[in-house]
Design a protein around this ligand. Sequence first.
Ligand code: FES
Length: 432
Amino acid sequence: MESLWRKDVEMPEFPVLEGDVKTDVLIIGGGMAGLLTAYFLHERGVEYILVEKNRICSGTTQNTTAKITSQHGLIYHKILKYYGVEKASMYYRANEEAVEKYKRLCNSIDCGFEIKDNFVYSVSDREILEQEMSALSKIGCKAELFDSLPLPINTVGAVSFSSQAQFHPLKFLSAIAKNLNIFEHTFVREMKGNTAVTDKAGVCAKNVIVATHFPFINKHGLYSLKLYQHRSYVLALENAQQAGGMYVDEFKTGLSFRDYGDLLLLGGGGHRTGKDGGNWAELRDFAAKHYTSSSEVAHWAAQDCMSLDSVPYIGNYSANTHRLFAASGFNKWGITGAMVAAKLLCDCVNGVKNEYYELFTPGRNMLKPQLFVNTVESAAGFVGFTGKRCPHLGCSLKWNRAEHSWDCPCHGSRFDENGTVLDNPANGNLKK
Ligand code: FES
């Protein structure tokens, strides 16, 4: 199970960090958010080190469907309801700036970058599309409402943002990472004050940025309550009708479509990690029914951190940690989310005021309905019994038949058949 992006790119390699060092900024995690942050710090001449426990881009970043858009489902109505017009407008601006930044950077990078329109459709609820259009008009965004789409499904319409983009994420990042100060196979086992302890080194940093997908320091920030993880699946199909744009269902477990070259990338089958879902079987059934001449050239799965209010957590790790920062909870929109995070965190470590800080701060009010759901799921996972316990906070693991892994319904850690950790927040393997 290897994503399409992995098949045609050699990522640059970096050494292991050995011996004790000091730096202004330590970035932990070599995915999209960590690498972009390092790239901007490098540009600004700030001293930094990025450490990655495996190879760079070996986590969520290699499994994205790589849509570059400021349209994150039907999010604007939701933000407007929670936080008002000003913050909804800020969210739009921050993400539009991210799209524009990709356009500029991709000008000089050979990474399959293409301008495409983005569509968020519904199969049953026209009213929520109209609500979203109304929210978008309040924040001055010129979206368009479509009645039908060139897809083999029945919809009641779609909201569309024009001039968005798609690319090959690893071709992009292999170019971005080339000259950065990166150390691979350098696993931060714990933080002792402002020193990161790895197997062969200690990194003492004035600022620490945790970009590890799920923030791994448990004692601050309540991320175990603020986040859950969602799994979704992708097929790359040849000889399937091309989508021509980027399409996603407003419903979390619905389908998504985009092209890459002659291939169609069909996404869906999603579920909360540790729960049942359609997985690849659902996508294969769909392909057999609607793309009868198609054949599968790759399949893979993605794992995403979901926040309580659909807005990412970017900024101070918690209210009490002043030089410790986090970027997480991108809610499946990690391409633009990572760009927003990189710019915001660069400003944080440089002491520059960022206009979006309050919107994204992880310390914002947690009282949202999803907090209740997360609490109930964690309690149920904790009292469940399947014989295997998660080393993160002790929940009972569930066997994932489609992927042959042990998955945690509480916060989404995953382990292979032999107990080796696949996805955090667990920081180590299952006990034998
Ligand atoms: Fe937290 Fe398993 S991921 S208990």
